[in-house]
Design a protein around this ligand. Structure first.
Ligand code: PRX
Length: 633
């Protein structure tokens, strides 16, 4: 299923559009199914109702583990690099990973987990995180991984939305020199979560934790219990292709984060197919994706994609800048990494340390580079190309989303001619279209519009957990018969796609997706805040920074302290990742007569571009704009 030239890409792309079902059937043949499908695809985007490989039976872990045992059993599946470079690294072969997944799957069963149960996973980036999600998949439980940077309140919201029965966590974790008390945060969350029966706690940092009798169990004790039962193996549960595999919460322009649902068959096919083709993975290559499994990139391209293809995947617990800003490059050298997949924000932050951090590092093992999460600026692209790839490694700028399950628009490494800042061309099977505000398809090249996808692909979301109507209105109701991505895009004269950023009220801060409404809600929870409006502004390292305009007449004359209080409130409600970079106190917000905040104006002020604010005549009180302009930070 690996395309091997640009000409072949063009030919396969054409076929995939003319006969999509045949195309995907051919891709799906490369996986192990207990029973093949009766029908490749059934769909309508109206409800939406999308079913891939109907009637097929499988378990994704048999594809990620069991089927490799004979040929790759002794080969490394996961190479783990700890936060502290002084600590020992770990290598798990496919055989070892298989056994550990089976063992932990039995732990889950011993604790009452069954097919269809939801299990929340809140863990550091250690191999046990991968083991935990694979163990869930093994028994047919649905995992919902929550990124370690989210607050107790965010976790509680996610646990309650999915009525999770179990939580898997660790005592604590390390990120650089910062300890994070994961179990304590879980304890705070669980005060509000009646559905949770058991909490399994991995020993990682040995920070003191409370362990509640009857509810909290140590991971290690539970493994011992399984060992004494003598039942190491755990037969994989037979899943329907359309059974849920996992839920992953992501932010939108309104309301609380929604639980994007991916299913067993289609997601597996899509993650595996895109991994092999985009990275042009060759057996034996060492692949390092720097994301966290708490985000979709980690699900698809640390865990399921690479493992389904028998690859060696590097997992890193720490951060790029600790203990030195050369940490990524040390890892590349240590494990002779061939493929490095990272984010523009990481590239920009490492660029800012200057060339000294690159001195003496050996980049010679690298063959291919990748970028994901936000538009990559040309300066960062060239630095990545010249300094890291040393001019000899193709860069794949991969565009996709939590909802798409896998990469959608991207070069195939070394095959597709690249252009800095361009995600280039759609993968075979993907049919992007640009539409104008009226939903009319914009044909031809040299155009721009809103990016939609007009035909289903196996990795697409099926629903938003517990609220199908929300899935319909968010993604399928804006434009007739299309999936709307929320991104703006241009297509150049060669038909190459360049993603220009979100066209809705979603921010992308250091590659983290955050809704402005969510941040506003959190700020408004602060007792002295009357109202707020949040917009993004260009930030050198983060891509976008968070700028909050806040009405808070009663902050006792100490603005600095009031700002800190608001930051604390946001940190408590959402997590540190959503803390505003700038808070400007204002006496009013620019509103239309109907009460709608004119964000366009605030965005311009936040960007520092106040020369032309456009038409302000429809504002209720135009004078407020002058005041905000004068006080801009
Ligand atoms: O705006 C696009 C941006 O990230 C959004 C998706 O965020 P999330 O669901 O968190 O997934 C991130 C990892 C796939 C998109 O709507 N985005 C992602 N990749 C790119 C990008 N923008 C430009 N270029 C990319 N390569």
């Amino acid at each position: 299923m690996k395309i091997s030239s640009f000409d072949e890409y063009k030919q396969v792309y054409q076929q995939s559009i003319e006969q999509p079902e045949q195309f995907w059937e051919g891709i799906a043949e490369n996986f192990y199914w207990r029973k093949k499908w009766d029908k490749v695809l059934e769909w309508n985007f109206k409800e939406p109702r999308v079913k891939w490989f109907q009637g097929a039976k499988l378990n994704i872990t048999e594809n990620c583990l069991d089927r490799h045992l004979e040929t790759l059993g002794d080969k490394p599946a996961i190479i783990w690099e700890p936060n502290d470079p002084q600590e020992n690294h770990r290598i798990l072969t496919y055989k070892q990973l298989h056994d550990k997944v089976c063992q932990f799957a039995n732990v889950l069963k011993n604790n009452g987990a069954q097919k269809g149960d939801r299990i929340c996973v809140y863990m550091p980036m250690v191999p046990e995180l991968a083991i935990a999600i694979l163990a869930c998949a093994r028994i047919g439980a649905i995992h919902s991984v929550v990124f370690g940077g989210f607050s107790a309140q965010s976790i509680a919201d996610r646990i309650n939305d999915a009525s999770c029965k179990l939580v898997i966590t660790a005592d604590g974790s390390f990120r650089g020199n910062k300890p994070i008390k994961l179990k304590e945060i879980i304890d705070d969350a669980l005060v509000q979560c009646p559905s949770v029966e058991k909490v399994i706690v991995l020993t990682r940092s040995r920070t003191p934790v409370s362990m509640i009798k009857g509810r909290d169990l140590w991971w290690e004790d539970e493994i011992k219990r399984v060992e004494t039962q003598g039942s190491v193996d755990c037969p994989a549960e037979e899943m329907d292709a359309e059974d849920m595999l996992f839920i992953l919460y992501t932010s939108g322009s309104t309301g609380k984060p929604k639980g994007v649902v991916h299913t067993c068959g289609g997601y597996m096919v899509y993650a595996g197919y895109t991994f092999t083709n985009v990275f042009q993975y060759n057996p034996g290559e060492v692949y390092f994706c720097t994301a966290d499994i708490g985000w979709i990139t980690g699900h698809s391209y640390i865990a399921y994609g690479p493992l389904s293809q028998g690859a060696t995947t590097v997992m890193f617990e720490g951060i790029p800048s600790w203990p030195t800003p050369g940490r990524f490059w040390d890892i590349v050298e240590k494990y002779k990494v061939n493929i490095l997949y990272t984010a523009p924000t990481a590239i920009r932050s490492l660029m800012s340390f200057g060339d000294e951090a690159l001195q003496g590092k050996d980049f010679s093992s690298l063959k291919k580079l990748g970028s994901v999460g936000e538009p990559i600026n040309e300066e960062a692209w060239h630095w990545f190309d010249e300094k890291i790839g040393q001019g000899r490694c193709p860069i794949v700028d991969t565009w996709w989303q939590t909802e798409t399950g896998g990469i959608m628009i991207s070069p195939l490494a070394g095959l597709t001619p690249t252009k800095p800042g361009y995600a280039t061309l759609p993968l075979p099977g993907i049919q992007p279209v640009l539409v104008d505000e009226n939903g009319k398809e914009i044909e031809g090249n040299g155009t721009s519009g809103n990016l939609c996808i007009k035909f289903p692909w196996p990795g697409m979301l099926r629903t938003t957990y517990g609220d199908h109507e929300r899935c319909r209105t968010t993604y399928f109701a804006t434009y007739h018969d299309m999936y709307f991505t929320g991104d703006g895009c241009l297509r150049d004269k060669d038909g190459y796609y360049r993603i220009t950023g979100r066209v809705d009220d979603v921010l992308n801060v250091s590659g983290h997706r955050i809704g402005t409404a969510e941040v506003e809600n959190a700020i408004n929870m602060h007792s002295s805040v009357v109202e707020s409006a949040v917009v993004g502004y260009p930030h050198d390292i983060k891509g976008q920074g968070i700028y909050a305009f806040v009405i808070s007449p009663n902050h006792h004359g100490d603005e600095e302290l009031a700002r800190k209080d608001i930051m604390m409130t946001v940190q408590r409600i959402i997590g540190a990742i959503a803390k505003p970079d700038k808070i400007q106190f204002v006496s009013g917000l620019p509103k239309t007569r109907s009460g709608k905040i004119m964000r366009r104006i605030l965005r311009k002020i936040a960007e520092g571009d106040t020369s032309n604010l456009g038409d302000t005549s429809t504002l209720l009180d135009p004078a407020v704009v002058d005041e905000i302009k004068a006080g801009a930070l």
